[in-house]
Write a protein of this length. Structure first.
Length: 330
């Protein structure tokens, strides 16, 4: 059984990048130099975090996404037919996203929209790219069901096709793994509001883009309790299921058989600055290995470390490294 670690989302920006962006906003940098100065710092910080992931021995390496402000940004910015709507709170966090507005049928023949990812800096052998799950994208967008689509099913078919094409293009560029971020489904589960249609929509989406040639796929759930639906998630057509173990009880994970599925277990809380205990993490990983028997086991943060900033993000990376090393040395 493979055991490893990796990051699952955007990294918190450094003080230098924060200061450069603030200086730009306040007009303290000459207009001709603003973009160059900010981009230079983004590039420097990107190289730093990619290098630290490599040195930590992470199983998959991601772009820390310093020039991507929210999950749907690249889709909204670069997919023809999508407009950018008003700001909305990103679940119960003190961050925001801009609602994608879809008021007409989308052209499913699109160019690569993840243009802000530094693919040229990522290693050929184990690059991972994060995309929005079609279900979360649909549920958190404003779709015109008069001018645009007849219903949610017709909308998710086109959205899923666009995501599928994106994954295929990334595979052609050498990307080895796609993580589909899926917070909306488990959040609805936590609120007790999942309906039959929700299950149908997620299944339609993953029938389209869950299996991609020459690439592994992961459905990463977070911001909600996945416990009651883990067995359902295991049977979806993806290679790996990611579970936010700060929201989902470990016992609910342990009662499920993952022998035919990889498990990315989010035992590292990326929304809190406290540092987890290595021995406790190792004990939990042992339990999961012995009782859930996953095809592969990945220790991860529950979500991106952008919520706790650069310094604590580095500390969380160190804990990931130490815990996996300690587990392998047992």
């Amino acid at each position: 059984m493979n055991v490893g670690a990796y990051l699952t989302g955007a990294f918190g920006q450094s003080n230098k990048l924060y200061e450069a962006r603030n200086e730009a906003k306040r007009g303290r940098i000459a207009p001709l130099n603003i973009k160059d100065i900010v981009n230079k710092q983004i590039l420097e910080d990107t190289k730093t975090i990619i290098d630290k992931q490599k040195k930590a021995g992470f199983s998959f390496i991601i772009d820390p996404m310093f020039n991507v402000y929210y999950l749907f940004q690249q889709f909204s910015d670069n997919v023809k037919g999508v407009k950018i709507g008003p700001q909305e709170n990103w679940f119960d966090n003190n961050v925001f996203y801009w609602i994608p507005l879809i008021d007409k049928p989308l052209n499913t023949k699109q160019e690569l929209f993840t243009r802000n990812i530094h693919l040229n800096l990522l290693p050929e052998e184990n690059t991972m790219v994060i995309l929005p799950s079609p279900y979360s994208l649909l549920m958190l967008s404003h779709v015109d069901y008069v001018k645009g689509y007849d219903n949610k099913k017709s909308a998710i078919i086109d959205i899923s096709e666009i995501i599928k094409q994106e994954a295929n293009k990334l595979a052609e560029k050498g990307v080895k793994r796609i993580q589909y971020d899926e917070p909306a489904f488990v959040k609805k589960q936590s609120l007790g509001s999942l309906e039959k249609e929700d299950f149908e929509l997620l299944e339609i989406a993953l029938e389209k883009c869950g299996k991609i040639k020459n690439i592994e796929t992961s459905l990463h759930t977070y911001f909600g309790d996945a416990g009651p639906i883990i067995n359902y998630l295991i049977n979806l057509p993806v290679d790996c299921i990611g579970i936010d173990a700060t929201e989902t009880r470990l016992e609910d994970v342990l009662k499920n058989d993952f022998s035919k599925k990889e498990l990315a277990i989010g035992l590292i809380n990326a929304r809190e600055s406290y540092i987890e205990d290595v021995d406790e993490l190792v004990s939990k990983l042992k339990l999961i290995k012995n009782r859930s028997r996953p095809k592969a086991l990945w220790l991860t943060p529950n979500t991106g470390t952008e919520y706790i900033g650069w310094t604590y993000g580095l500390k969380k990376m160190n804990i990931l490294k130490k815990a996996v090393e300690a587990f392998k040395n047992e």
